[in-house]
Design a protein around this ligand. Structure first.
Ligand SMILES: Nc1ncnc2c1ncn2[C@@H]1O[C@H](COP(=O)(O)OP(=O)(O)O)[C@@H](O)[C@H]1O
Ligand SMILES: [Mg+2]
Length: 258
């Protein structure tokens, strides 16, 4: 048996993979684990433990040693990330593929929301695409339950700055529409195949998004009359309630004739 072994180190997370068994194993080291606060990355991963949807990565088991701030998450091997696909010039991302991916991701997001969870880190690097070109939302480390959110007055901004909705920078509690905003930036990135706000500092992005209502532009590959473009514009509205729900986005993508 060959053992394919990948090793990643991030701020608080180390990930180990044994991919030959069609399973990925992620070791979470959570230095800020607090049993009294249900909002850490370990709690986030646990939120997705029993999810069962074709567009959400399947978690087989979670073994946690919470006193030590450790958790081991065993999941299906979801394949490569959507970010890898966007970055790979050999990968075809034509109109049909973008719509199919958007339909799948919005379907996964609708499912997550219908289970009372906010993902809070939707971006191409957290969407896996398997060999059958099926997208699966992964990495629930930032996720929270709507119930847990009700028990606190505020949460620290989480997620990735370029995908983060303006209300989160304003210190408001996130909602399902905050995920829809991030999904909107993902829609842009699928078409543009660039980084949103490339080369701009995090502080400047926050200022641009909150104070100047700036959003990624350079829509050369968008057709302005296109439903895809229209949905992108709706998802990145400044006011959360002006954004559609994931369910509505999914219905519209499903209705597009391919
Ligand atoms: N289920 C999986 N199958 C295959 N690769 C995965 C899986 N989960 C994560 N990965 C890979 O590991 C990387 C980091 O995992 P992720 O869960 O996003 O952790 P982090 O919190 O460090 O972002 C991903 O970008 C992806 O390349
Ligand atoms: Mg991630």
């Amino acid at each position: 048996m060959t053992l394919l072994f990948k090793y990643y180190t991030f701020a608080y997370v180390t990930v180990l993979f044994f991919l030959d068994m069609d399973a990925a194993v992620k070791l979470l080291i959570c230095s800020d684990y607090d049993p009294l606060s249900p909002l850490t990355s370990i709690d986030g991963e646990i939120n997705a433990q029993f999810f069962d949807h074709p567009n959400v990565v399947k978690i087989y088991a979670i073994d946690k040693k919470t006193e030590q701030g450790l958790a081991l998450v065993v999941m299906e091997d979801g394949g490569q990330t959507l970010q890898n696909i966007i970055d790979d010039p050999q990968e075809k991302l034509d109109k049909k593929t973008c719509i199919r991916f958007a339909e799948q991701i919005s379907s996964g997001l609708e499912y997550i929301h219908s289970n009372g969870i906010l993902h809070l880190d939707i971006k191409p690097a957290n969407v896996l695409v398997n060999s059958k070109k099926i997208c699966k939302i992964s990495d629930f480390g930032c996720s929270v339950t709507v119930k847990a959110l009700e028990t606190v007055s505020q949460i620290k901004p989480r997620g990735t700055v370029a995908y983060c909705a303006p209300e989160i920078f304003r210190g408001l509690k996130p909602t399902d529409r905050s995920d829809v905003y991030s999904f909107g930036i993902l829609l842009w990135q699928l078409k543009a195949r660039k980084w949103p706000y490339q080369g701009v500092s995090k502080e400047r992005i926050i200022y641009m998004v909150v104070a100047q209502s700036e959003r990624p532009h350079n829509f050369t590959s968008f057709e302005e009359e296109d439903t895809y473009f229209y949905l992108y514009k709706e998802c990145i509205e400044a006011s959360p309630l002006s954004r559609p729900t994931a369910s509505k986005v999914n219905i519209v993508f499903k209705s597009i004739d391919l």
